[in-house]
Design a protein around this ligand. Sequence first.
Ligand code: ZN
Length: 189
Amino acid sequence: MILPILRYGHPVLRRKGARVDEITPAITELAANMLETMYAAAGIGLAAQQVGQPLQLTVIDVRGVKDRPSTLDLAGQSSDVAGLMPLVLINPAITPVGPPVAGPEGCLSFPEIYQDITRPESVEVAAINAKGEPLQFKAGGLLARVIQHEVDHLNGILFIDRMSAQAKEAMKPELEALRAATKAAREKE
Ligand code: ZN
C-alpha cells in the first residue's frame, strides 16, 4: 500500500524515532509499504517519520541510480551493493569513517528542493534487518550519503539542518512556502 509522504512543516518529521523492540507483523507490513511508497515516488530512501511513524526504521534502495557509485564492505570484503538491496534498517547505529565530502541531496519531504550537503564519505553501520537479524557493514559513496540522510530523519534531523547558512538563506522563500502549504493542508484535514 502506498502511504502519504509527510512534507516539511509536519511536526512528526521532527520527532526522534522510538526503538523497535520486536519485528511484529505491523512492522513487517510498514517496511513493505514504505518500500512500495519509496519506489512509487522514485526515491532512494524513506524514513518512518516521513509516513507519520516516529520509529527507528528506514528503507533504502540505491539500485536505480547509475551515475553516482556506492561501495559496500561486508566482513571486510568488498561486496556487491545490489546484493544488499532493498535495505531495511531497524535501530541503526552509524559511525562516520571517511573524510567529509559535498554532494547533492534531495528529500521526498521537500519536493523540488536540492542542495549540496557535506557528510563523511563512508560509514560503519550496525542495525537489524526486516527479519530481526543483525546486520553490520561499511558503506561508501551514495549509499553512505543516503544512510546518513535517513538516520538523521530517525533522529528528527532534516537535510536543511545540514545546509550552509548561505544556502538555507537562499532557499528561504521555497522553504517558507512549503511549510505554509503543509500547514494549510493539515488545517483542512
Ligand atoms: Zn529525506
